[in-house]
Design a protein around this ligand. Structure first.
Ligand SMILES: Cc1cc2nc3c(=O)[nH]c(=O)nc-3n(C[C@H](O)[C@H](O)[C@H](O)COP(=O)(O)OP(=O)(O)OC[C@H]3O[C@@H](n4cnc5c(N)ncnc54)[C@H](O)[C@@H]3O)c2cc1C
Length: 584
């Protein structure tokens, strides 16, 4: 192994998606702050770049709107597991954050009088649930791509130091003080220690735990998994969102904006079945409700094939939108359908199935993005998290469409600001003498015997188990079995060697590290889901179909120690709205 290099910065941000870049922009705007961004991908290939439909903010440009309604929708959409002051901040700050992006050069679609145009999205309503409202600001169906480009350019302007294709394998935490990270340079195989006053983890989602997912290959949850190994608890891991409309068999996302613009879900009889499940919001009900309705239609023989044993699907009918609207507002979606399905959605319905999409849970933080410890232990000093890997918690048990991009820019910015102020005052903590030792142990596989195909077999098993037992519907028996299976797969993975011994771009090693991270997260997801004996938001238990506020109106904190899993709870902030049954 090459010699370990050590770098020194004031602030180190891991992840160059929307959350990481916004934080880097803030951290680097204080003169003298030396800010670095580490990313295992080239920054503009981060998953934020694939976000299609829009970013929610109550600008009221097209219809009357109000941030308070946005906050309420967020809380109700999250089935009351959302921390309500956090949701208020999200909705209030979203308005200025969107204008800031506009001022920084983001080319939003416009109304005829030149204002930012807005469209409908699921669960977003006017006047506390009366009817759908146009709240999603968008740049065609490339909103995330535009956000990423805009922020990246601004970071370059601020002279942020980028370390591209650096993969973190460890975070250095002593007591409750973070002193840096250790990363593997993919081009050389060398380990690098980044010694710093503050670290932010912004590594995105982990949908790759599932067989069918909208998530990019890189979404492997490295940040939460690395922290969990250092004893940091993870929050609300049982809540994983299935997006209703993935392309059949592939999981590639067809944005909710298709339904926002008037697309309709239909079963084999051509019926608009959402009329029966959500009479007010119809096809724009929250995603958890629609995904469940779709699975129920399929399981009762109303899928297009009429046979639930056949990986059945439903139709998303966008033919009424017309070629013009599709070309102007959803050009990428039209192209996806042409490329992957050989059909034009202007003429034919799109075959769709629910696809694993978004992690509501993750690294617990306070309102300033500081990572919080278990119970009374307070915060980790100099350790921040933001974006999909974090849980602040504004999405609760189910995220509304467009609210992730808002989360990135509102809480990425807030956390970045706090971090900038913190590093201005803080001293550089002492670097542990053995800083790279733990990381060396993680990446060193030479004493293990390579077993061709074994790592891939373990990954496939994990994805199948997640899909079949930890998917849209769950049961106690299935979840308990999944927990045992994941424990066995983790033990098996310990002994797998890496066939490729090259230093440069060792993708075998990289895949191995990513799979280990996914397996750890799969285990805590299944265990947390088994622990929560109720149904709430995206977590739907066949054996406990009701929401049980008396027992479970609380966040789950899960810690893995020496293979055993420990649970704790954290209260939910319900200071504004009292939990009510959800109807749409
Ligand atoms: C297809 C699709 C469409 C979507 N559409 C929308 C939408 O319209 N509206 C909406 O609100 N939300 C949408 N979402 C959700 C939203 O895009 C994501 O939740 C969000 O972009 C995540 O941003 P992030 O900054 O947290 O992470 P990401 O953008 O995923 O970036 C993660 C970063 O972390 C880095 N990284 C990861 N692991 C490591 C490691 N080990 N070492 C170093 N770096 C690492 C990566 O290189 C990357 O730079 C969509 C998601 C998908 C998948």
């Amino acid at each position: 192994m090459s010699k370990t290099q050590t770098h020194e910065f004031d602030a180190v941000i891991v992840g160059a998606g929307g959350a990481g870049l916004y934080a880097a922009l803030e951290a680097s705007s204080i003169p003298g702050n030396r800010t670095a961004v580490l990313s295992k991908l080239l920054p503009i290939r981060s998953h934020t770049g694939t976000a299609q439909g829009g970013i929610g903010a109550a600008l009221g440009n097209v219809e009357e709107d109000n941030p308070e309604w946005h906050a309420f929708d967020t809380v109700k959409g999250g089935d009351y597991l959302v921390d309500q002051q956090a949701a208020r901040i999200l909705a209030d700050d979203a308005v200025q954050a969107v204008y800031d992006l506009e001022n920084r050069g983001l080319p939003f679609n416009r109304t005829l009088d030149g204002r930012i145009d807005q469209r409908r999205f699921g669960g977003h309503t006017r006047n506390f649930g009366e009817a759908p409202v146009k709240r999603a600001c968008y740049a065609a169906d490339r909103t995330g791509h535009m956000i990423l480009q805009t922020l990246y350019q601004q970071c370059i302007k601020n002279e942020v130091a980028f370390f591209d294709e650096f993969h973190i394998v460890d975070v250095l935490i002593e007591g409750h003080r973070c002193a840096g990270v250790v990363a593997l340079e993919l081009a050389t195989g060398a380990l690098h220690v980044f010694h710093t006053k503050a670290v932010m983890i912004a590594t995105g989602g982990f949908g790759r735990m599932y067989r069918t997912t909208s998530n990019a290959y890189a979404n492997t949850g490295d940040g939460p998994a690395v922290l969990a190994r250092r004893g940091v608890p993870l929050e609300d891991m049982e809540f994983f969102q299935f997006h209703p409309t993935g392309i059949r068999g592939m999981g590639i996302l067809i944005t909710e904006a298709v339904r926002g613009e008037g697309g309709i879900l239909r079963n084999r009889e051509g019926e608009r079945f959402m009329e029966r499940y959500a009479p007010t919001m119809l096809d724009l009900a929250p995603r958890d409700m629609i995904a469940r309705a779709m699975m129920t239609e399929i399981n009762t023989g109303h899928g297009i094939l009429g046979d639930p044993s056949q990986d059945d699907y439903l139709h998303l009918d966008a033919t009424a939108l017309g070629a013009d609207v599709l070309a102007k507002k959803l050009p990428d979606i039209r192209e996806f359908c042409q490329t992957y399905l050989g059909l034009d959605p202007a003429d034919k319905p799109i075959p769709v199935q629910p696809t694993a999409h978004y992690a509501m849970g993750g690294i617990p933080t306070d309102l300033d993005g500081r990572v919080t410890a278990d119970g009374e232990a307070g915060v980790y000093e100099g350790l921040y998290a933001a974006g999909e890997c974090a849980c602040v918690s504004v999405h609760g048990a189910n995220r509304l469409g467009t609210n992730s991009l808002v989360d990135l820019i509102v809480y990425g910015r807030r956390a970045g600001r706090h971090m900038a102020e913190f590093v201005r005052q803080a001293d550089l903590p002492t670097l542990p003498g053995d800083a790279a030792t733990h990381a060396e142990m993680i990446v060193k596989r030479s004493d293990k015997k390579p077993q061709p195909g074994q790592a891939a077999k373990i990954r496939t098993s994990m994805r199948d188990i997640m899909m079949d037992s930890v998917g849209v519907y769950r049961s106690g028996a299935g979840l308990s079995k999944a927990v045992e299976q994941f424990k066995a797969l983790r033990a098996e993975a310990q002994d797998v060697g890496v066939g490729d011994t090259n230093q440069a771009y060792n993708t075998d090693l990289l895949e191995f590290l990513e799979s280990q991270n996914l397996l750890d997260l799969a285990l805590v997801t299944a265990a947390s889901a088994a622990h929560r004996e109720e149904s709430r938001g995206a977590h739907s238990r066949e054996d406990f179909p009701e929401r049980l506020d008396e027992r479970f109106l609380c966040h789950t904190l899960v810690t893995v120690e020496d293979g055993s899993i420990r649970f704790a709870t954290k209260p939910v902030d319900t200071s504004i709205w009292k939990p009510k049954p959800r109807a749409y």
